[in-house]
Ligand binder design. Structure first.
Ligand SMILES: [Mg+2]
Length: 213
């Protein structure tokens, strides 16, 4: 993955956050405070403004850190710090690299997930973004261990994230605002898991057919 492909991925995530703003907010209105789509869209629009002015660089780590810092400073609630941490940790893992191998990408996403878990204190099954990101990382690593090409590994990762997202529907939330609802949180898909699936899907869509580049 080149710097320009990483940049394309961030722009694709911003586009899907905008396209799904109403959907994410509807999901959050069922079990949260009805702002997830609005927050993610505002944050990613701010990110677009920042990365347009980033200047001459090919450091993917610096790009991802800029995304993380922008989300932390522009998005309120839980999603700003959590998505900010995800991108900051990915940026640290990718620091100084102008090219990421499939293994580099898997390591960066795993580092991002670990940061989210540390920050949010969420485990698998708590009905949070961790429920989409964990299967995404696991499927990515399994695909690469199988010798899958980068684009195929990303596709499998996105499919696993979608499965994890859907698996949040029957869960009772144990973290985040939805946990205040207790049993009433069951029967609704988690908005954070949904935006996390969109993030991984944007990577798969961006890099489809570009393996090895
Ligand atoms: Mg909310």
């Amino acid at each position: 993955m080149s710097y320009s492909q990483a940049d394309d991925w961030i722009r694709a995530f911003a586009a899907t956050a905008a396209a799904n703003k109403v959907y994410l907010t509807e999901l959050d209105s069922a079990i949260g405070d009805a702002d997830h789509g609005i927050n993610m869209n505002r944050g990613m629009q701010a990110v677009l403004g920042k990365i347009d002015g980033i200047g001459e660089t090919d450091d993917i780590g610096a790009l991802l850190k800029t995304v993380g810092m922008t989300l932390v400073s522009t998005v309120g609630g839980a999603s700003g710090p959590l998505y900010g941490t995800l991108f900051l940790r990915m940026g640290t893992a990718a620091a100084g690299k102008s090219e990421l191998s499939a293994d580099d990408w898997a390591a960066a996403l795993a580092a991002g997930l670990a940061g989210v878990q540390t920050r949010g204190k969420a485990e698998l099954g708590d009905k949070t973004m961790v429920d989409a990101l964990t299967p995404a990382v696991d499927a990515l690593q399994a695909a690469l261990a199988d010798g899958a090409a980068f684009d195929d590994a990303l596709r499998r990762s996105a499919e696993a994230a979608e499965g994890g997202m859907k698996a949040t529907i029957p869960l009772v939330a144990r973290k985040g605002r939805a946990s205040y609802l207790g049993e009433r949180s069951a029967g609704h898909q988690d908005p954070g898991a949904t935006s996390s699936w969109l993030l991984v899907l944007a990577a798969a869509d961006t890099f489809a057919g570009q393996a090895g580049q």
